[in-house]
Design a protein around this ligand. Structure first.
Ligand code: ADP
Ligand code: MG
Length: 362
């Protein structure tokens, strides 16, 4: 097994097995998953690997290479920090009736942590895949995503939708995952022809992301309640939301139009026309405008970076990705051109007084 000496150094044994899971980037469908809507993520090359062995005592032992931190979980004692994601996965498997022995887990990852590329879901999915493999558990990939989401909500305390975990469990780096977050109906779609992904971190941390995220969630709930529907996903005609007071009107308008943009993108891909990348890119540009003006989750750094990207040659479209308030931007660019475009864009971005970083291509 590759790099098993690292495991050996920490745990004094060789690992029994290992599993990995990719990070993801969402191309369209931001802030729609908690409104029962549609999303369109794709896996990124960066991934998290978990190596597993049987612990010789009653405790689980977890080591994270990135954090250079070793944590012992006394069985049934909820830990804090990164171990809570793993503890949650183990607990949920036990609650589902599986006997989980004490484990040693070694985690390493190439996914930047806390940048909106879903290192948390990859950690959960890699852990669950590793345990499934080690113990031969009869659970499928959708169940893995569901256990992972429950672990994040109930044990790590993050009120997330199911997009990240479904993407990490079911998407690959060559195909987009078109997912209906209400029914979990899904379709694997090919990527727009002659295009590739460019992801740049804005250099700005997602400081307000948590509190504003919860605020947006409750605004959407209020809007759905006032409109008499279960979730904003149930609104098809954008004119319906005009009766709402501000800011609920604009919040709901983002969600309704964003769901339409995902469905339009799927049609574009299914059309198989030569200009699919530029049509797809236009939807990404429109998504950013809606996230900025209606949903108000952008910040000046993201707007500046997106603006530079949208005006660079070889770029079909660009938007912020993830929750917003900092983090990364994603662009659809001409295939093979990502690295060069990134260099030009970062240069211009630095003239505007910011320091960005290319995340994909690696
Ligand atoms: P994102 O998922 O966008 O990267 P989150 O805030 O949702 O950001 O998740 C980041 C958290 O996930 C980290 O603070 C840590 O607790 C956990 N995590 C992710 N990757 C690792 C890793 N390689 N080692 C330890 N903890 C990790
Ligand atoms: Mg996360």
């Amino acid at each position: 097994m590759e790099h098993s000496h690292e495991f050996q150094n920490i745990f004094n044994q060789t690992p029994e097995t290992q599993a990995y899971a990719h990070g993801r980037v969402n191309l369209l469908g931001e802030h729609t998953d908690y409104n029962d809507g549609y999303v369109l993520p794709i896996a990124i090359p960066q991934k998290t690997t978990v190596q597993l062995g049987f612990s010789l005592d009653e405790q689980h032992h977890i080591y994270s290479q990135e954090l250079n931190e070793k944590i012992t979980i006394f069985r049934n004692n909820q830990p804090s920090g990164f171990a809570s994601y793993i503890f949650g996965c183990i607990e949920l498997l036990q609650q589902a009736g599986y006997q989980i022995p004490s484990l040693n887990l070694y985690i390493k990852s190439s996914i930047p942590i806390g940048s909106g590329l879903s290192s948390s879901a990859a950690l959960e999915v890699a852990t669950l895949r590793g345990i499934r493999q080690l113990l031969n558990l009869p659970i499928n990939d959708v169940e893995i995503a569901q256990f992972a989401q429950q672990a994040e909500i109930n044990y790590a305390g993050v009120q997330c939708g199911i997009m990240d975990q479904m993407a990490s469990s079911l998407a690959d780096t060559q195909h987009m995952l078109f997912l209906d977050t209400r029914t979990l109906a899904r379709q694997i779609l090919s990527f727009p022809a002659l295009a590739e992904i460019l992801i740049i971190h804005s250099g700005c941390d997602r400081t307000l992301a948590g509190s504003k995220y919860n605020q947006r969630r409750s605004e959407c709930q209020q809007a759905a309640h006032l409109l008499g529907v279960k979730a904003l996903r149930d609104i098809d005609d954008v004119a319906t939301v005009e009766i709402l007071p501000e800011p609920l009107h604009r919040r709901a308008r983002h969600v309704v139009t964003e769901n339409h943009r995902v469905l339009d993108a799927v049609e574009i891909i299914e059309d198989l026309q030569d200009n699919s990348a530029s049509r797809f890119g236009e939807l990404m540009n429109a998504s950013h405008a809606s996230l900025r003006n209606d949903y108000e989750v952008s910040v000046p750094a993201l707007d500046t970076l997106v603006d530079i990207l949208q005006n660079a040659s070889g770029v079909f479209g660009a938007k912020l990705t993830g929750a917003g308030f900092g983090g990364a931007c994603v662009a659809l660019v001409a295939s093979g051109a990502g690295k060069n475009i990134a260099a030009t864009v970062l240069d211009e971005y630095s003239h505007a007084g910011y320091k960005g970083k290319v995340l994909v291509p690696e």
